[in-house]
Design a protein around this ligand. Sequence first.
Ligand SMILES: [Zn+2]
Length: 292
Amino acid sequence: MSNHKPPLVNSSRLPALAISLLLICPTVFAQATSPVDKINEAAAKADITVEKLRGNISVLFGSGGNIVVLTGPDGTLLVDAGIAVSRARVQAALDQISEGPIKFLINTHWHWDHTDGNEWVHSLGATIIAHENVLKRLSGTTRVEDWNYTFQPWPTGGRPTVVFKTEKTLNFYGEALVLKTYGPGHTDGDISVYFSNADVLALGDIFWNGYYPFIDNGVGGGIDGMIRWVNTSLASVTDKTIPYPRPWPSRQPHPTRRVPRYVGSDPRERFATEETGQINQGSSRGQTHCRL
Ligand SMILES: [Zn+2]
């Protein structure tokens, strides 16, 4: 059985908003250093915080993208792997909630803050599952102009070995998982992961709460796809569902009550937030938009 110990205490994790702003608007920050380097530096120092979502599902904060953890009697399943420099802290956090080995790792998309830890997780025996385009991106050199960064191919051990095109189901100790894509959105290989029994929906970087999203148009992401993703995904949830977008601690209000503020009849105007004033005045299909 899983050994549930008290959650770790949050003391100095890098705020998700800071990470997100670095990714959205690198020009706001130092030009000489890529936001990728800055986020890696921050992740190397950040504490990892564990937040319990529901049942045997928890989320780890502090290693770039959030890591969703499903524990079973004899093993663990992760959704995303965070940044490799956080390995020791992530491992310590996992040890707090499960004594079993990591058996599966699902990548929601190719971005390094979700896949950089792939190799070490796989080295412990985990099978990596992702959309087929994630394998494509991790197998080659990928330039992200907005981050001023060129990613080299991931080591072979860090690449998914189980890939799919549209949908895949998976059973893990009685929890039925549905992995699904609605086409390009944030990238060209986004998937959502729905935990059917727990009624938890992990959305990766598809839904950004409170500010305009980063869109990786260099690999096929686009605003129309983001809007389609958000509308389709969140239309499928109920008031009881816990959707889990990247910067969305479950203690905040349920996102379905906020969706109309971001997605409406004129989505390019309304996708940006009303709260922060990041109203999108000029974005068009495929553009990344930043307005502070
Ligand atoms: Zn991303």
